[in-house]
Design a protein around this ligand. Structure first.
Ligand code: 5GP
Length: 191
């Protein structure tokens, strides 16, 4: 998606630890027109798949997933990061290792909002090692729902999450795949 790649080149900042910051348009301040176009782009790619629900993870996936869900005309559902020790029985749960914080946490989704009749499109802002997506896919499987595929705004292609997921048969659609980036701020895209 050219408009997204141009924006990453203009405003993205590379931080130590292979972290790309896009706080000025995606992860803190949000460019609503760009988000609308991102929603449309995922609709172009998955429009004929019968999606009934868009699933993401709090917090940074929510804004993006709202626009995707609106373009499909379906609800958006986000997995919450569980903050209590006890996990209730009326939720699906999965463990996720955080890329940016280096910790492991539980995510939960109420059983009320996801079931075997759903066809789910999983959305997230970044794909690095794939842990966040694997957790969300785990939840889709627990619900007996169908995973239509995943939609990622920025995939870091030099990390192994995308390869892992594609090799396991998951459809991964990434709007920008970063092939390499360095501390001088040079960012190169795949294709
Ligand atoms: P993964 O689970 O694929 O290893 O990492 C994906 C999650 O970590 C995303 O939900 C995203 O919030 C965060 N993340 C991973 N890499 C980056 C990055 O380079 N920049 C930002 N802003 N977030 C990242």
């Amino acid at each position: 998606m050219k408009v997204l790649k141009d924006r990453i080149l203009k405003d993205g900042k590379v931080f130590p630890g292979n972290v790309l910051k896009v706080d000025s348009f995606l992860n803190h301040q949000m460019d609503i027109e760009l988000l609308r176009q991102i929603g449309e782009e995922f609709r172009n790619r998955y429009g004929d798949c019968g999606v009934t629900k868009v699933l993401t993870i709090e917090a940074s996936g929510i804004g993006i997933a709202c626009f995707v869900a609106q373009s499909f005309g379906v609800p958006m559902l986000f997995a919450k990061k569980n903050k209590t020790k006890n996990i209730a029985s009326d939720v699906y749960t999965a463990k996720v290792e955080s890329y940016t914080h280096g910790t492991t946490y539980d995510i939960i989704v109420s059983k009320e909002f996801l079931n075997k009749d759903d066809k789910v499109l999983v959305i997230d802002d970044f794909l690095a090692k794939g842990q966040a997506l694997l957790g969300l896919i785990n939840i889709v499987e627990s619900a007996g729902a169908e995973l239509v595929g995943t939609g990622i705004v920025i995939e870091k292609g030099f990390q192994d999450g995308g390869k892992l997921l594609r090799e396991s048969g998951v459809r991964v659609e990434s709007l920008a795949i970063v092939e390499s980036m360095d501390d001088n701020g040079n960012i190169i895209f795949r294709n």
